[in-house]
Design a protein around this ligand. Structure first.
Ligand code: SF4
Ligand code: SF4
Length: 418
């Protein structure tokens, strides 16, 4: 435990007032990330219940950030309240109940609250114990939620959480797409693009073909494990991770490009840092990959895309991984696009409400979060909310109820302009 406190004191990195940057978290996490709740229990009490984690108090005019707290309107659902409950459970003053577990699962683990808290130890580690408490809930028999249990069972059997057959995973793949049998680069499609947002998968392989990139899709790709891991089921998620790592390593894959924010974070961060799977495979999110091609002159936008758009930062590549500018840089280089920012952007972005198992278990909270974001996007006067995560995309499409705005993936736009 000393390690956590000493480390946090040593890296008092918060630069004056204002929002800190998640990148700094990556440095400290090497030592104290992804531990069980015992590891953190002695610093949770440092939460002063000040409420700073409820709002962006700089840049976004005290805008709210927590989908869970704002939906339930009760202190227990904000980070400060959750911290108090964790302190009660870890100090033996409270016992686990279904109601307590329900509160911990009312959270998309979007990290927006963590980003705002200015207490160094809490800013650095709150995200860790939000996850550690889910693991603990599973160990104690109070997690995951019933709907999450259902999709987990299917995922372990059919390698996807969508109740679809594994054998149908590549049904979206157009016959004209050229793959290279011994390519070292693989496109990791992910479950949402394979079964729900197939346009993203199609656009991505069309782009790779247009750029003459030698690539292949592994014919036995499994769910990356994110929906299982994010609901505290670490052991099961690790089985999926090992399946993928073994399959991809055995196939000689050295680099992965993915179009899904969740798959990207899971491969790049969770596999090595949580599961200890040092796979050595380079992982790129599609906008990063495309930006590299733009910079070295291999990618040129030859057509216009005349539209006012606003970009939504997916939590898994934004606050979790620090990627904010690559998608914006790609989009702003496309002729005809007018970029409009929502007030809550980059590290202050409001979550779409689909992650952390929330969409399956708490549909009301999930829809509330999506609608809040859609309204914010509309207020910019954008014609489209653009993202680079099929899960966010699917969430917006399911919740847009009028013709005032549409949801598009970055890949779909790029495909149209090359
Ligand atoms: S987590 Fe941080 S910002 Fe939130 S109530 Fe506790 S000390 Fe305040
Ligand atoms: S991680 Fe997101 S949903 Fe969970 S408590 Fe923090 S702001 Fe709320």
């Amino acid at each position: 435990m000393d390690g956590v406190i000493n480390m946090a004191k040593k890296i008092r990195y918060i630069k004056g007032m204002g929002v800190t940057h998640i990148d700094t978290r990556q440095e400290i996490h090497k030592i104290d990330r992804y531990k069980n709740i015992e590891h953190y229990k002695d610093i949770i009490y440092q939460c002063g219940k000040c409420g700073t984690c409820r709002t962006v108090y700089q840049d976004a005019d005290w805008a709210k950030v927590c989908p869970s707290g704002e939906f339930r309107k009760f202190e227990s659902y904000y980070l400060g309240g959750k911290n108090l409950l964790i302190w009660g459970l870890t100090s033996g003053k409270l016992n686990w109940t279904d109601n307590l577990a329900n509160i911990f699962y009312h959270c998309s683990v979007c990290m927006a609250c963590v980003q705002q808290c200015q207490v160094p130890e809490l800013h650095s580690f709150s995200g860790e114990w939000l996850m550690a408490m889910r693991e603990e809930a599973v160990k104690q028999g109070y997690g995951p939620m019933p709907e999450q249990r259902l999709y987990t069972k299917h995922t372990m059997e059919e390698k996807n959480p969508y109740m679809e057959k594994h054998d149908d995973r590549l049904n979206w793949l157009p016959s004209h797409i050229k793959q290279t049998a011994d390519a070292k680069l693989a496109y990791f499609v992910g479950c949402t693009s394979s079964y729900r947002e197939k346009n993203v998968a199609v656009a991505t392989v069309e782009i790779l073909n247009s750029l003459k990139v030698d690539f292949r899709i592994h014919d036995n790709e499994a769910c990356c494990g994110s929906p299982v891991y994010m609901t505290g089921q670490t052991e099961k998620a690790k089985i999926l991770a090992e399946t993928n790592v073994n399959n991809f390593k055995n196939a000689g894959i050295e680099k992965i490009v993915t179009s899904c924010a969740g798959c990207y974070r899971t491969w790049k961060d969770i596999y090595p840092n949580k599961f200890g799977l040092e796979h050595g495979i380079e992982v790129k999110h599609l906008p990063e990959f495309l930006l590299g091609k733009l910079k070295n002159g291999e990618l040129n936008f030859t057509k216009e895309f005349n539209m006012k758009i606003t970009y939504h930062d997916p939590c898994h590549i934004g606050r979790h991984m620090g990627i904010y500018e690559a998608p914006r840089d790609v989009l702003s280089n496309i002729p005809g696009i007018e970029m409009l920012e929502m007030p809550r952007n980059r590290s202050n972005a409001w979550c779409c409400g689909s992650g952390g198992g929330v969409r399956s278990a708490f549909k009301d909270m999930s829809a509330f979060a999506a609608n809040e974001r859609i309204e914010e996007a509309k207020e910019t006067a954008a014609e489209a909310i653009v993202t680079c995560c099929p899960f966010c995309l699917n969430q917006f499409k399911n919740n847009i109820k009028d013709n005032e705005i549409q949801a598009i993936d970055l890949s779909e736009i790029v495909k149209k302009v090359i």
